[in-house]
Design a protein around this ligand. Structure first.
Ligand SMILES: [Zn+2]
Length: 385
């Protein structure tokens, strides 16, 4: 048989649902080591070599490699999930079928993509691929904690020539995502007893000024538009001015979630907010502080990994697939911007399911995903080998 037929036959016969059941049963929102052991059980007997990068106790970063030399392609799923949360109709750690849907925490984000990537890699290895170059399954922890795992991974030089960040995208290759910048704006005023409001400079009034300015700020950001991602945005997400009922507060903060598009000057995101709030005419002190961020990222559509993944998705899905934008943030920007690896986001499952009660993946999406990964990798090694 040709490797192509081999791989399809192997993946069609593979018990992906049972595998997903095993991985979903491992709670991995604080420790990922058991997931890493599960991956090792699948890949090491097939000839993959495991290399661990230290991160935190019980939370390894593990690269499983087969083949040698360049080019090297990374398939990079994350092993952690968000905590189960409330509102489930079934046990979030017991994969439950309802029709074509498989419910469980991580079914779409990110254990479905992880299982699909592991099975695709193993099927490729069993078919004797890659003939030249290295295929690596990079299992990352702490993606849900501001991509800390991949941030630790890129502290050492990364040799890879391309990466597919395995996240739920309905198997469509995504070549760009927005950045997020959580910024706390703090207003300082003068406290007074609530019975003497004339003596106060209420910090809450500062927050009001900033909120009143948001539509104008949004309109300005709307001019910065990316063809795949739409406009840059800003939204108020937190207000804090807690204190006694009878005291007008001297301090109040407004939290804003600012989404940046590729091409924006990321060094200017917070200074721009700071300048804007200083121009509000607030008579007291005002400051802007970055609390957390993920940069925006984009990969050129002409990169071999994009060409390979687009051809693979079109072939397997049976329709013309065009590269899209990914609406959430993920590990892509760290590999793309800080390790200079041409990176895309692609995987089975549905982003709308991520982080929700009753999270599910469609069985067909999971099965298709494994084949898309295998075909994309095969094609990548063909065109860049
Ligand atoms: Zn994810």
């Amino acid at each position: 048989m040709t490797p192509d037929r081999d791989i399809r036959t192997t993946l069609e016969a593979a018990d992906l649902v049972d595998a997903l059941r095993e991985v979903v049963a491992i709670p991995s929102f604080e420790r990922e080591e058991e997931v890493a052991r599960w991956v090792a059980d699948q890949l090491v007997p097939a000839g993959f070599r495991a290399t661990e990068t230290p991160f935190q106790p019980g939370r390894p970063i593990v690269a499983f490699r087969i083949g040698s030399g360049r080019p090297e392609l990374l398939l990079a799923p994350h092993m952690d999930t968000v905590p189960p949360g409330d509102g489930w109709d079934t046990d979030p750690f017991a994969l439950t079928r309802k029709g074509t849907r498989l419910h469980g925490r991580g079914a779409s984000d990110d254990k479905g993509p992880l299982v699909a990537a592991v099975f695709a890699a193993r099927a490729l290895a069993e078919a004797g691929l890659p003939r030249a170059g290295t295929l690596t399954v990079l299992c990352l922890p702490a993606e849900e904690e501001a991509s800390q795992g991949v941030r630790a991974f890129v502290r050492e030089p990364v040799e890879a020539d391309a990466a597919i960040v395995c996240e739920p995208s309905d198997n469509v290759p995504c070549i760009a995502h927005k950045g997020l910048y959580w910024t706390e704006i703090a207003f300082e005023g003068r406290a007074a007893h609530a019975s003497q409001p004339a003596d106060a400079l209420s910090a809450i009034e500062g927050v009001r000024l900033a909120l009143d300015d948001l539509p104008a700020f949004s309109a300005e950001l709307a001019k910065r538009t990316h063809p795949l991602l739409g406009p840059a945005t800003v939204a108020a997400t937190r207000i804090d001015a807690t204190g006694p009922w009878n005291i007008i507060p001297s301090r109040a903060t407004l939290g804003v979630d600012r989404r940046a598009v590729p091409g924006e000057n990321v060094d200017r995101i917070v200074p721009e907010i700071a300048e804007r709030v200083r121009a509000l005419g607030w008579p007291g002190e005002v400051s802007a502080r970055l609390v957390e961020f993920n940069e925006p990222a984009e990969t050129d559509a002409a990169e071999p990994v994009v060409v390979a993944a687009t051809a693979a998705a079109s072939d397997v899905l049976g329709r013309v697939v065009a590269p899209a934008g990914f609406t959430a943030s993920c590990d892509m920007w760290v590999l793309r911007n800080h390790a200079s690896v041409p990176t895309i986001v692609m995987g089975p499952g549905h982003l709308a399911q991520a982080h929700k009660a009753n999270e599910f993946i469609d069985e067909a999406s999971l099965r298709t995903g494994a084949l898309v990964y295998a075909r994309a990798a095969e094609r990548f090694f063909e065109i860049s080998g």
